[in-house]
Write a protein that binds this ligand. Structure first.
Ligand code: ZN
Length: 131
């Protein structure tokens, strides 16, 4: 039993989305700035070591993290575009209103909790970074 979003709630969610976008952009810039520096530092530190596999694993974690952030940034951008339309806050699968409480936690959510969890089980629990 959820009511459609009123304008105050939309405003709060817009502020939240903008805040998250700023934070993500900051994090992305940080990563990109760090990536070459950190890698360079590792290469110097590990020059004489035999840590090849570990180094590759670290790099993959860095890449996956950045991909995740990029993905989230795209979702937030799409949510900001949807925010003024009737599509926002409505489950894309079943058409139910997504509860405001859920949107506060995840303002870019496309689906209600029920559809989201069945979507995730259809994916077979494969971590998103591997898709
Ligand atoms: Zn749904």
């Amino acid at each position: 039993m959820n009511a459609p979003l009123d304008s105050t709630q939309r405003q709060a969610l817009r502020a939240e989305l903008l805040k998250r976008r700023e934070a993500l952009l900051g994090t992305l810039a940080l990563h990109q700035g760090d990536a070459s520096r950190v890698q360079h530092a590792r290469e110097i530190l590990l020059q004489d070591g035999d840590d090849g596999p570990q180094r590759d694993a670290d790099r993959e974690v860095d890449l996956a993290f950045t991909d995740h952030e990029r993905h989230e940034l795209a979702e937030i951008g799409a949510a900001l575009q949807r925010l003024d339309s009737d599509d926002y806050g409505v489950c894309s699968d079943c058409g139910a209103d997504i509860p405001f409480a859920r949107l506060q936690v995840q303002p870019q959510a496309l689906r209600c909790v029920t559809c989201e969890s069945s979507q995730e089980s259809r994916r077979g629990g494969v971590p998103h970074a591997l898709m």
